[in-house]
Design a protein around this ligand. Structure first.
Ligand SMILES: NC(=O)c1ccc[n+]([C@@H]2O[C@H](COP(=O)([O-])OP(=O)(O)OC[C@H]3O[C@@H](n4cnc5c(N)ncnc54)[C@H](O)[C@@H]3O)[C@@H](O)[C@H]2O)c1
Ligand SMILES: O=C1N[C@](c2ccsc2)(c2cccc(Nc3ccc(F)cc3)n2)CC(O)=C1Sc1ccccc1Cl
Length: 332
């Protein structure tokens, strides 16, 4: 006997909507922050978790499943076998080796490129129509690596890029002006991390350009105050690492915000790592950098023509040049 007595009804609707499915590769600090935000924000019908550590993987899956009474219904799979990722709409890659003390960024990159060779091809095989989002660091170069290894068109491969940098930037500006961070429109672009580019000329608060907002509010400021806020974006990343050893919540929420825009076809503009060649006079090779990009169900729909002053445009081109010089693409 079934638990419920069925009520006689017609055949199920013919156009049954295919379940929305997200894969998260890497169930570490970042991957699990992303996974739990996807569940609490009801962004997927199915969630597939992949990692290299089988016990950790099963433990995290069970721990999330045990929260089912408090969450929207989401089917959670976990395995070492990539077959569970089949037909994903979005694959988020947070897997990566941690930078060892004193290890160079280049060496970390080479170790993560080696991991990506085993991670990206099966994702592309099982979900040939998905969007791949890279979070692992160095995120801009690893997004390029994922693009090459996946064989996908560039519009379906993005990196979280300076989305986290920009969210910290918005928090700091909002705190400085005592306004809600959601009313602060501010972009950090270029290379994620230490050498990002703050687009001062396009910051607005409630639609008012920040520079005239400060003048109108007679808030004393000089250029260096604004530059100090940008420096604090970088310093706060190191501060969090010093205090708790890793970062998770802000990156988790920022990636979930990107997932919502992509999967719900919101067509919002986010600073994310995209194939930047040809935009803003960036030439010299195929490089992924963060630019204000319009995102929707088909990935990157376009890059916003945000006004850059000469200094910002030059800094962006320098970012591209630095990345291209640092990383010599291997033979794929
Ligand atoms: N882009 C950003 O803004 C941003 C912010 C924070 C962290 N990160 C990056 O995210 C990455 C993850 O950070 P974390 O704190 O979660 O690290 P972590 O060490 O806690 O988690 C990494 C996970 O990847 C798994 N893994 C390793 N090799 C794997 C493989 N071959 N296949 C599947 N899984 C594998 C590990 O088992 C581990 O569970 C790092 O590269 C970090 O720099 C990026
Ligand atoms: O919040 C973070 N945490 C990380 C982190 C998380 C777990 S271990 C290190 C972080 C924190 C501090 C420095 C740093 N440097 C770095 C190391 C290797 C790379 F490939 C890229 C960056 N990385 C990873 C990361 O990218 C961030 S954002 C970030 C980092 C540096 C400057 C500005 C920002 Cl907005």
């Amino acid at each position: 006997k079934t638990f419920f007595t069925p009520i006689s009804g017609g055949a199920p609707p013919s156009a049954t909507k295919r379940p929305t499915k997200i894969t998260v590769v890497g169930v570490g600090n970042v991957g699990m922050a992303i996974a739990q935000t996807i569940l609490t924000q009801d962004l997927a019908d199915e969630l597939a978790l992949i990692d290299a550590k089988e016990d950790k993987l099963r433990g995290e899956m069970l721990d999330l499943q045990h929260a089912a009474a408090f969450l929207p219904r989401t089917k959670i799979h976990a395995s070492l076998d990539y077959a569970i990722t089949a037909n994903s709409d979005l694959c988020i890659v947070t897997a990566g080796a941690r930078q060892n003390p004193g290890e160079s960024r280049l060496n970390l990159l080479q170790r993560n490129v080696a991991l990506f060779r085993h991670i990206v091809p099966p994702l592309a095989k099982y979900s040939p129509d998905c969007i791949i989002m890279v979070v692992s660091n160095p995120v801009d170069v690893l997004t390029y690596v994922a693009w090459k290894l996946s064989g996908f068109p560039a519009n379906r491969v993005i990196g979280s890029g300076t989305n986290l940098d920009s969210s910290r930037f918005r928090f700091l500006i909002a705190d400085h002006l005592d306004v809600n961070a959601q009313d602060v429109q501010a972009y950090i672009v270029g290379e994620h991390g230490d050498s990002s580019v703050a687009l001062w000329s396009s910051i607005s608060v409630g639609g008012v350009p920040v520079l005239s907002f400060l003048k109108r509010q007679q808030i004393a400021y000089e250029k260096e105050t604004l530059e100090n806020i940008h420096k604090e974006v970088v310093q706060s990343a190191y501060e969090v690492i010093r205090l708790k050893g890793y970062t998770s919540w802000a990156i988790g929420y920022s990636v979930a915000s990107l997932a919502r825009t992509l999967l719900r076809d919101q067509r919002r503009i986010h600073p994310v790592s995209v194939l930047a060649k040809g935009f803003y006079d960036i030439e010299g090779g195929e490089v992924f950098l963060s630019l204000p990009a319009q995102l929707g169900r088909n990935g990157v729909l376009g890059v916003a023509n945000v006004h850059l002053n000469d200094e910002e445009a030059q800094q962006l081109r320098n970012s591209a040049k630095t990345i291209l010089e640092k990383f010599v693409p291997p033979t794929w």
